[in-house]
Design a protein around this ligand. Structure first.
Ligand SMILES: *[C@@H]1O[C@H](CO)[C@@H](O)[C@H](O)[C@H]1NC(C)=O
Ligand SMILES: *[C@@H]1O[C@H](CO)[C@@H](O)[C@H](O)[C@H]1NC(C)=O
Ligand SMILES: *[C@@H]1O[C@H](CO)[C@@H](O)[C@H](O)[C@H]1NC(C)=O
Ligand SMILES: *[C@@H]1O[C@H](CO)[C@@H](O)[C@H](O)[C@H]1NC(C)=O
Ligand SMILES: *[C@@H]1O[C@H](CO)[C@@H](O)[C@H](O)[C@H]1NC(C)=O
Ligand SMILES: *[C@@H]1O[C@H](CO)[C@@H](O)[C@H](O)[C@H]1NC(C)=O
Ligand SMILES: *[C@@H]1O[C@H](CO)[C@@H](O)[C@H](O)[C@H]1NC(C)=O
Length: 491
């Protein structure tokens, strides 16, 4: 794994704000039965039945000299599909193994029966098994772009509708979370002839050059920790200096390695990596601060940030070692909740189902998401946004330089009002809401804010610990789906 980018390569992941709370009476009145019935008592992974298919996909949709094809993987479940009229819910796969996203998008499974829907989960090129050049794909990265991925989805959907018996008139709704949510929204914008609408959950389509304040992302992470325990964010803010201090002696390095249960002994030159690892750990925790025990990036307890903060509720002037002992216990909540970690590996922060290398490349080309920290309004070491340094690292890694303005140009930046039928949902706890569409832009470009929501909580299975706000959000989303379907099947 490469050294993190200047701004650590965090993972992925909306115009009148839709105050979900205000809709409560209305929704409960009409849908209370479903809301109550659909709450499941188990957070266990359910058995999901799907068939796996491979589609011959063009390697290059936008030029004609490269005429090769590759096998794009997609998963299908049609057990509830009402042929000839039932919709197709189409998950626009993001940067990883599609079976993992399939397993973690319970919302689609929960609503399939009610909508009589077919479920399709399509893998993003260059991830999972959908490798354009087999095991050498990462030597030929030129065709890894969001535009190619969107074209894959559009071509696949068009083909499915042509070839599946009686699917010609099935309206298709795109659904995705995080980068997959960005793709769902963009698919609707670029191919409105192919999908009738999109649900873009926790999709930071505005986390790009000059669109939103660059400091908000890490501020939100900090707020989550500040709100989850006394002195929690303050002690994390202090930890960076304490780490610098311990890194200055051999004894300190040894103590740290042992205290954190690391797989290998820290060396002086690991300072940047070690701090980057911790920073990414806090970010990931904020992203997956779900109200119940879950296994997304890691296996975690319910409200993991609260659990982490229990280890950091002490005076803000304790000595370095006492402070870092607390940090080491806090970090274990993330890496060793199950008790099965033999040692902690500072080169790993999340599930291997994600394609880190591919995402780095995308970040180094189109997906330039500026962020910065100041150490005052956030709990991290100050780091300005430095596009030149970022670009230089990309060049060193991949021999390419990012184009920081391209996404604004190709996907419209903030000027997207002419589009329609897109729901942008975001959770208050999710740092990625910093780049999300936070106000509804029109009657059919709807923003929903979920007060107790972390990263795309609304896309997960119903759970007995779900806050009312996410249940209402899902109701609202289904309501819009039905409206779009009706609009598109009545004629
Ligand atoms: C693809 O390109 C090769 C090399 O130019 C050519 O031989 C082949 O006929 C082309 N195949 C198709 C399907 O166009
Ligand atoms: C998805 O869930 C199935 C069981 O339902 C499991 O066999 C599979 O390993 C899971 N895939 C991933 C990538 O977690
Ligand atoms: C790549 O795949 C080919 C054929 O599938 C195989 O012969 C080759 O050894 C593989 N290379 C690597 C580096 O795994
Ligand atoms: C949405 O976010 C922008 C900053 O990105 C902010 O200026 C604006 O006030 C926010 N709107 C609402 C309703 O929170
Ligand atoms: C938080 O830190 C302050 C200042 O050091 C201290 O007075 C207070 O007791 C701490 N709170 C807890 C719960 O440890
Ligand atoms: C993980 O937890 C288990 C059980 O408490 C413990 O034996 C093990 O040492 C822990 N691993 C690390 C790296 O702390
Ligand atoms: C740590 O993680 C890296 C990257 O996944 C891996 O290459 C390495 O083998 C791991 N080290 C240990 C001791 O597990």
């Amino acid at each position: 794994m490469p050294a993190p980018l200047s701004v650590p390569g965090v993972l992925l992941i909306f115009i009148i704000i839709f105050h979900v709370e205000a809709l409560k009476p209305h929704l409960l009145g009409r849908h209370s039965v479903r809301t109550l019935r659909s709450v499941r008592s188990s957070s266990q992974q359910r058995d999901l039945f799907y068939k796996t298919f491979y589609f011959d996909q063009q390697i290059d949709h936008f030029g004609f000299l490269e005429n090769g094809t590759f096998k794009q993987r997609y998963l299908v479940n049609d057990q509830h599909w009402h042929k000839a009229q039932g919709p197709i819910l189409f998950y626009t796969g993001n940067e990883g193994d599609i079976t993992w996203f399939c397993n973690n998008t319970g919302f689609m499974w929960d609503i399939a029966e009610e909508l009589g829907a077919m479920l399709v989960f399509a893998e993003h090129r260059y991830y999972g098994e959908s490798l354009p050049f087999g095991n050498e794909s990462y030597s030929y990265l030129n065709y890894l772009t969001s535009e190619q991925a969107l074209a894959d989805f559009a071509v696949l959907i068009t083909s499915l509708k042509k070839t599946l018996p009686r699917a010609q008139n099935s309206p298709v709704i795109a659904i995705g979370g995080s980068y997959g949510g960005m793709l769902a929204a963009w698919l609707r914008m670029k191919y409105p002839n192919v999908v009738i609408g999109a649900l873009a959950s926790s999709a930071p389509i505005w986390q790009f050059t000059d669109l939103v304040p660059y400091g908000d992302f890490y501020k939100i992470v900090t707020q989550d920790f500040a709100n989850s325990g006394v002195n929690c964010s303050k002690n994390i803010r202090r930890s960076w200096t304490a780490i610098n201090n311990l890194f200055s002696t051999a004894e300190g390095l040894q103590w740290l390695s042992k205290e954190f249960g690391l797989c290998s002994l820290l060396k002086e030159e690991d300072l940047y990596n070690f701090k980057g690892w911790l920073q990414e750990t806090w970010v990931n925790l904020a992203m997956v601060d779900y109200p119940y025990e879950a296994n997304f990036l890691q296996h975690l307890p319910r409200w993991p940030v609260k659990v982490v903060c229990k280890h950091l509720q002490f005076d803000t002037d304790v000595p370095d070692k006492q402070l870092l002992y607390g940090i080491s216990q806090a970090v274990r909540v993330y890496y060793n909740y199950t008790g099965s970690a033999v040692c902690l590996n500072v080169s790993e922060t999340a599930t291997r189902s994600l394609g880190i290398m591919g995402w780095y490349y995308q970040s180094c080309t189109e997906m330039v998401m500026p962020m910065c920290t100041d150490g005052v309004q956030d709990m991290f070491e100050p780091m300005a946004w430095n596009f030149q340094a970022y670009s230089d690292e990309c060049y060193a890694l991949f021999g390419v330089r990012p184009r920081e303005d391209w996404v604004d140009t190709v996907y419209g930046g903030k000027n997207i009002r002419s589009h329609s039928n897109i729901i942008f949902s975001n959770g208050d706890l999710d740092p990625w809401r910093s780049g999300g569409v936070n106000e509804s832009l029109s009657d059919s470009l709807i923003a929903i804010l979920i007060p107790e929501g972390a990263h795309h909580l609304d896309l997960r299975f119903n759970n007995e610990y779900d806050p009312q706000s996410v249940l209402l959000t899902r109701e609202l989303e289904v309501m819009y789906f039905k409206k779009w379907i009706k609009q598109n099947t009545s004629s």
